[in-house]
Design a protein around this ligand. Structure first.
Ligand code: GAP
Length: 513
């Protein structure tokens, strides 16, 4: 646990030191669970968003993208169920006065059982070496079976109690598991209560004439209320999807873990409208497609797993999370939900407007069913960033800090480095920079010895360094240094653009899926 905490602290401080993520309004001591993205962070975030948009919108003939407003008519949230049911069960510790999500306390307990399973796997792997078969070990080891059975039983009971709104049983479960306040160790708990997560605000200038609004807690509703607008104007035929990215806001009770759980965050969501009765097939299709998208980035297949929901949200008939191995363990990265016709049917009822599709094949009208894929952009950022940060010991015994971001997402694709600040090298480096700028985000660095500059770019996550030296003036070649392997090769200046293009082009990465 201490190592995990330490690794996570390194992620947070590196993100700050290299201009990726800053605490919001830091000069006023910050605002809890609100963060700003710096010069590198904004680029990385944009690249992740573009990678998603390309895969989900532009490469799918039957999916289009929109950009709905954050403010929506307040009845939207009545219809969606958020006013009545968008609650978290919270519990306070009477001694430390700290507030927690009751379900998260229980899930963290089960997370510790998962960590024990991982430990057993690591031990067995060491013992059996190459002959180790993880699948077989997981299926047959009695200790693993015991941890798993225990964890499953706890989650099942938690799911059932939450489903039935039996908050007394949730408290009983916390007490039976002997869960203590992580801050103080005290087990002196209050009862569990429900807490609505939406932020309210007001529209209008004078106090007598205002309308109560909510900041949207998910982007999905902007898609549902525009379903017919898009279907009719785009002449869309079922099955089809509508996607969007944008800010969402939640008054999270437990807002810790850096950008994992924020009060203001960004979602990338897609609603896929299908014929009723076909939702199970499409659920499987989207599970597979989304997992492939993640795997295309090469963060390691072992770092992902599905976690099917025991407790379904008020709108879903099936749901799973794609979980990622964050520095603090496996946690939800993306949700895939079979949302039935709940949202459209409910908006029909509340708005008194038909939200139906005329199916020319079936020759009938119906309210479509919906499959949703929903991923937090900030969470994806944390997954990519934390996975990339490494401390490496080199052959000569020195260490380097390197941010092995997938080249397609890296904020700066290449740094141009004149070996010395004279003899016409800065001018040639400048000309290379001017040319590359049109295609990539590139930077220029002439300060310090070249070795130090390489280290700086490694820590910054820049996949390529292009060094201009005296030979460059004579034969029009430069040294291309690769961040991950640290290999260097001599290439023609005329080839630089194409080489960077090949390594960073979305086509190459997304074609893996
Ligand atoms: N429209 C469905 C929906 O919003 P969700 O599971 O509540 O479902 C979807 O959220 C995704 O949004 C999550 O998988 C997560 O990546 C991200 N997310 C949710 N709450 C977040 C928060 N407070 N901070 C950062 N990301 C969050």
């Amino acid at each position: 646990m201490a190592k995990q905490d330490d690794d996570f602290k390194k992620v947070i401080s590196h993100a700050k030191e290299y201009g990726y993520v800053f605490q919001s309004s830091e000069i006023y001591d910050g605002l809890s669970a609100v963060y700003d993205y710096g010069q590198n962070g904004a680029e990385l975030k944009k690249n992740i968003r573009d990678y998603w948009w390309k895969a989900m919108v532009q490469l799918n003939d039957n999916i289009v993208g929109i950009d709905a407003a954050i403010f929506m008519h307040p009845t939207t949230w009545k219809a969606s169920g958020h006013v009545d049911a968008f609650n978290d069960p919270l519990i306070d510790n009477k001694d430390s006065k700290k507030r927690y999500r009751a379900d998260v306390l229980v899930e963290d307990y089960v997370g510790k059982l998962d960590a024990k399973i991982e430990k057993e796997v690591a031990k067995a792997k060491k013992r059996f070496g190459d002959a180790f078969d993880k699948e077989q070990f997981l299926a047959t080891n009695p200790k693993v079976a015991e941890y798993k059975e225990r964890g499953d039983a706890i989650l099942k009971r938690l799911g059932k109690s939450l489903e039935a709104e039996d908050l007394e049983d949730v408290k009983a479960l916390i007490e039976e598991l002997d869960i203590a306040c992580p801050m103080s160790g005290s087990k002196n708990w209050t009862d569990v209560k429900q807490f609505n997560l939406m932020f309210g605000t007001k529209l209008g200038a004078s106090t007598e004439n205002t309308t109560d609004l909510y900041l949207r807690p998910e982007t999905a509703q902007g898609i549902f209320v525009n379903f017919l607008n898009v279907q009719k104007t785009g002449r869309m035929k079922i099955p089809f999807g509508i996607a969007q990215t944008g800010k969402a806001f939640r008054n999270e009770i437990v807002a810790r873990q850096f950008i994992f759980r924020m009060r203001e965050f960004e979602q990338m969501e897609m609603q896929f409208f299908v014929q009723p009765g076909t939702q199970k097939e499409w659920y499987e299709v989207w599970k597979e497609k989304r997992m492939k998208w993640h795997l295309s980035l090469g963060l390691g297949a072992d770092n992902y797993r599905f976690h099917d929901h025991e407790k379904l949200a008020h709108y879903a008939d099936a749901a799973t999370d794609i979980e990622f191995r964050f520095p603090f363990g496996f946690k939800e990265l993306e949700g895939i939900h079979s949302r039935t016709d709940f949202d459209l049917a409910s908006h029909e009822e509340f708005s008194n407007k038909k939200l139906q599709y005329f199916d020319p094949v079936e020759n009938k009208n119906y309210v479509p069913y919906v499959l949703e894929t929903s991923i937090g952009l900030d969470r994806m950022f944390l997954a990519v960033f934390s996975n990339a940060l490494r401390e490496e010991t080199l052959e000569n015994g020195t260490t380097r800090t390197v941010l092995k971001l997938p080249a397609v997402l890296a904020p700066v694709k290449a740094a141009i480095l004149p070996l010395v600040k004279k003899d016409g090298l800065p001018e040639l480096a400048g000309r290379i920079l001017e040319d590359l700028k049109w295609d990539y985000n590139v930077s220029y660095d002439e300060k310090d010895a070249v070795g130090r500059r390489y280290r700086r770019q490694d820590a910054n996550g820049t996949p390529f360094c292009i060094t201009v030296d005296h030979q460059s003036l004579e034969d029009g070649t430069v040294t291309l240094r690769h961040r991950d392997s640290m290999e260097q090769e001599r290439i023609k200046i005329a080839d630089v653009n194409a080489i960077i293009g090949k390594e960073t082009d979305m086509r190459q990465w997304l074609k893996r899926i």
